[in-house]
Design a binder for this molecule. Structure first.
Ligand SMILES: C[S@@+](CC[C@H](N)C(=O)[O-])C[C@H]1O[C@@H](n2cnc3c(N)ncnc32)[C@H](O)[C@@H]1O
Length: 177
C-alpha cells in the first residue's frame, strides 16, 4: 500500500438522509471525557446510516470493538461487501461508471430505471443471512441508485420496491468514486 493510501480518511460512501457529517463539530463538546482519555473501548451504533459519526470517532479515538447495525438490510449488505469483497465491488462500479458516462444526458433516466428494476426484481433472490456472490451486484446497484436518485433518498413502497425517481444530476457519474 502506498503512503498516500494511508492518508485517506474513511468517510461515508453514500448520501444518507439525516447524516451527521455537518454536525460533527458541534458534537465535540458532548462526547464523554472517557472517550478522550481512551478508556472507552467498545462502540455501539444501532442507527448507523451513512456512518459519519462512527467514521469520525473510530479514526480519532482508540475504539477496539465496534458493534454497528441498521434496519436497512441493503445498507448493511453493502457495508459487508465493502469489508469482504471491495475489489469485486469496484469492478461493478467501474462498469456502471462507464455505462453512465457513455449514456447521453437524456437517456440516463432510462439507465437509472433499468438498474432500479433489476434491484427490485432481484430482491427475492437475496438471502441476507449468508454472504454470497449476488450480494456484490446488489451492493453496486445500491450505491449506483444512491448516487443517481433524487437526493439520495431510500424509499420503498408497500410491496418493498425502491421507488425513488432519477435525480437528474449532470455530474452524478463522478459521485460514486
Ligand atoms: C439518520 S441515519 C443515522 C445517521 C448516522 N448515525 C450518522 O452518523 O450519520 C438513521 C438510520 O437509522 C436507521 N433506523 C431507523 N429505525 C431503525 C431501527 N428501528 N433500528 C435500526 N435502525 C433504524 C435508518 O435505516 C437510518 O439508516
Amino acid at each position: 500500500m502506498g503512503k498516500s493510501e494511508y492518508m485517506i480518511k474513511a468517510k461515508p460512501f453514500i448520501k444518507w438522509v439525516g447524516g451527521k457529517s455537518q454536525l460533527l463539530e458541534q458534537f465535540e463538546n458532548y462526547y464523554p471525557k472517557e472517550l478522550r482519555k481512551g478508556t472507552i473501548k467498545n462502540y455501539v451504533e444501532p442507527f448507523l446510516g451513512g456512518g459519519a459519526l462512527f467514521f469520525a470517532l473510530s479514526q480519532r479515538y482508540k475504539i477496539e470493538n465496534a458493534y454497528l447495525s441498521d434496519l436497512n438490510k441493503d445498507l448493511v449488505l453493502t457495508y459487508q461487501i465493502i469489508q469482504e469483497r471491495p475489489n469485486d465491488l469496484l469492478e461493478f462500479l467501474e462498469q456502471y461508471q462507464k455505462d453512465y458516462d457513455q449514456t447521453e444526458q437524456e437517456k440516463r433516466n432510462d439507465l437509472f430505471l433499468e438498474v432500479r428494476e433489476q434491484f427490485n426484481i432481484q430482491r427475492f433472490e437475496i438471502n441476507y443471512k449468508n454472504l454470497s456472490d449476488n450480494w456484490v451486484s446488489r451492493a453496486a446497484q445500491f450505491i449506483f441508485l444512491n448516487k443517481t436518485c433524487f437526493n439520495g433518498l431510500f424509499r420503498l413502497n408497500s410491496k418493498g420496491e425502491f421507488n425513488v425517481p432519477y435525480g437528474k444530476y449532470k455530474k452524478a457519474a463522478k459521485k460514486w468514486k
